[in-house]
Design a protein around this ligand. Structure first.
Ligand SMILES: [Zn+2]
Ligand SMILES: [Zn+2]
Length: 369
């Protein structure tokens, strides 16, 4: 392993709405239990586009380093950090992924035992440059309180990178939702990473017919390759009435038992409630903006619906998502989620293409550095 430098390059968000700036930043000292990694691959998320523009509901202080879905290769292990969360030994050179650090002491961590809801989570992707806790950089620092999981050796970075945000959230969402009944019909709204991974879990849970509603065509093509029985392109079938007619035709005229929302579009919620079968269940995963929509609450009572929401995940969900990929990698072309690889210096181009809807999962690929 090469000597660790004192500084490294990072893309820094200095002003909301302005391009990220490539800066030389200091690499922090590794404390007991901390880990320093070389960033191998960093996923770029829809959230990053909103964060850069400053339209997230929570605005992190500036400057900060973005990037919250990262695969890092360990270059230094702090004293006492010997195992990952799955009990596997950690060594220099291992690839790891990590969750936000839960406090372990609040009501949500200790009594509710639901660390996804931790009141004092310390996150990655919005900390100041001195902390070096963002993936849009050459190195990243993992704090002692952060749980990590080793990326199984047989997985490529391309296969694993989707676990860093979308897939672990999908695993956490289904866990909250409960099982899909055998031979139930499932509609997935949205064909981005959340929708695509939701499709996989629905299929592997025993769904009968899976239907993905979204755009653009390149994402729907991947949904087909990942086993969707039907896809509906919202750029071609533009009205909710026409889309509902199609879905009813695929679901015995009753609508699906289960709808999973992964689109992030507020009005998709109404469409989901409208198409779902009486007595059906709705898993809402994609909504993260402050956008509003109006809807008629009596539909919940008249149709006897169950609605479950979820955002983010904790370390067990990373572990399970990685195990899923390890065991299903020959069945589905999982690496195809990566639509484009960029260099760190091309970060602003990558964010622009993400915003323009040209990407599925774009990544910063540092492996050649
Ligand atoms: Zn993300
Ligand atoms: Zn907590």
């Amino acid at each position: 392993m090469n000597k660790i430098p004192q500084t490294c390059k990072a893309a820094v968000l200095e002003e909301y709405g302005k391009p990220l700036q490539i800066r030389e930043v200091f690499i922090p000292e590794v404390e007991a239990g901390g880990i320093l990694v070389k960033v191998e691959m960093a996923g770029i998320c829809g959230t990053d586009v909103h964060q850069q523009k400053g339209d997230l509901t929570i605005k992190a202080p500036l400057p900060n380093i973005q990037g919250h879905e990262t695969i890092g290769r360990i270059v230094k292990l702090g004293t006492g950090r010997v195992h990952d969360a799955g009990g596997e030994h950690l060594d220099i050179g291992d690839r790891i992924m990590w969750a936000h650090a839960d406090c372990g002491e609040c009501y949500w961590c200790e009594i509710a035992r639901d660390p996804v809801l931790c009141a004092r989570r310390s996150g990655y992707g919005f900390a100041p440059p001195a902390a070096l806790r963002g993936g849009f950089a050459e190195y990243e620092y993992i704090t002692p309180a952060t749980k990590v999981v080793k990326v199984p050796r047989e997985l490529t970075d391309e296969e694993a990178i989707g676990v860093g945000c979308a897939f672990r959230s999908v695993v956490a969402g289904y866990e909250r939702f409960g099982k899909i009944g055998l031979q139930e019909d499932v509609v997935i709204q949205g064909a981005g990473p959340i929708g695509l991974y939701s499709l996989l879990v629905a299929k592997e849970s025993g769904a009968r017919t899976t239907i993905v509603v979204g755009a653009p065509q390149v994402r729907l093509d991947l949904a087909k390759r990942w086993g969707a029985d039907h896809v509906i392109n919202i750029e071609e079938i533009k009205t909710t009435t026409e889309r509902k007619e199609r879905i009813l035709a695929f679901t015995h005229g009753r609508g699906p038992e289960v709808v999973v929302e992964g689109s992030g579009v507020p009005s998709a919620f109404n469409e989901g409630i409208d198409m779902i079968q009486k007595g059906g269940r709705y898993l809402v995963l994609g909504q993260s903006s402050a956008g509003l929509t109006s809807f008629m609450p009596s539909l919940l009572t008249s149709k006897c619906l169950t609605i479950v929401g979820n955002a983010s995940a904790a370390i067990p969900h990373f572990y399970k998502a990685l195990q899923f990929i390890k065991n299903k990698r020959t069945k589905y072309p999982l690496a195809d989620i990566v639509s484009h690889k960029y260099q760190l210096e091309q970060i602003n181009e990558a964010l622009a293409n993400m915003e323009a809807g040209k990407e599925i999962k774009p990544v910063i690929d540092n492996r050649g550095r």
